[in-house]
Design a protein around this ligand. Structure first.
Ligand code: TZP
Ligand code: MG
Length: 213
């Protein structure tokens, strides 16, 4: 069983979909400058070579700030840029295959949507699981109804792996999600749509850290 724990309760996801005027590198810089300790690079619909170039640059940014970098979907790109890990969905490379690509020392997170998937990921050697969509979200057409806090509590009782909840989470809703048993909250739109992304990161980090937590 993995002994990984999230370095921060805020799992920031760099996805420029809602901010096409920003490059991934600019976005990652703003997120890291706000104190991120855990960043996922989520690149959809770009050619592999462009994804790779972006990942190399974001890797350098994260290293400069001491922030863990997880690459979404692609174990090959995570390996090529020596990222800290990969995050795979149920349709991506299966856990076992991703582990072969990345080797034992890297992190693998798996998206899960129900108790069975969560248990399979835990037994298969995932380092953490994602669980969602927790609330309604327009960022991704997930094909699932919102799972809600009650289902999150059930998953918490079932697995001992770190859980990052995802989907429709805002700074305002984050404390309730953490109180329901998530170890971290993943956020895209609430961070990325902010006028000042760096300030939003700082504020959100304060919210998820305390003072009542
Ligand atoms: N997976 C499940 S919901 C989601 C992903 C990638 C989107 C999360 O984005 P937001 O804007 O934080 O709801
Ligand atoms: Mg995926």
């Amino acid at each position: 069983m993995s002994s990984f724990t999230f370095p921060s309760p805020l799992y920031a996801i760099a996805d420029t979909l809602d901010r096409p005027e920003l490059s991934f590198i600019e976005l990652a810089e703003k997120i890291c400058a706000g104190g991120a300790k855990l960043l996922q690079l989520r690149v959809k619909d770009l050619p592999t070579r462009e994804f790779l170039t972006i990942a190399h640059k974001v890797r350098a940014t994260c290293q400069r700030y001491g922030c863990l970098l997880i690459i979404n979907d692609r174990a090959d790109i995570a390996s090529a840029v020596e990222a800290d890990g990969v995050h795979v969905g149920q349709e991506d490379l299966p856990l076992e295959a991703a582990r072969k690509v990345l080797g034992p020392g890297k992190l693998i997170g798996v998206s899960t949507h129900d108790p069975t998937q969560a248990l399979v990921a835990e037994r298969g050697g995932a380092d953490y699981i994602g669980f969602g969509p927790l609330f309604g979200t327009s960022t991704k057409a997930t094909g699932y109804t919102a799972r809600g806090l009650e289902q999150l509590r059930e998953i918490r009782a079932l697995v001992s792996l770190p859980i990052v909840a995802i989907g429709g989470i805002t700074a305002e809703r984050a404390p309730a999600v953490l109180d329901a048993g998530a170890d971290a909250v993943a956020m895209i739109s609430d961070l990325v749509l902010a006028n000042d992304i760096t300030a939003k990161m700082r504020e959100t980090l304060e919210t998820v850290k305390g003072p009542f937590r």
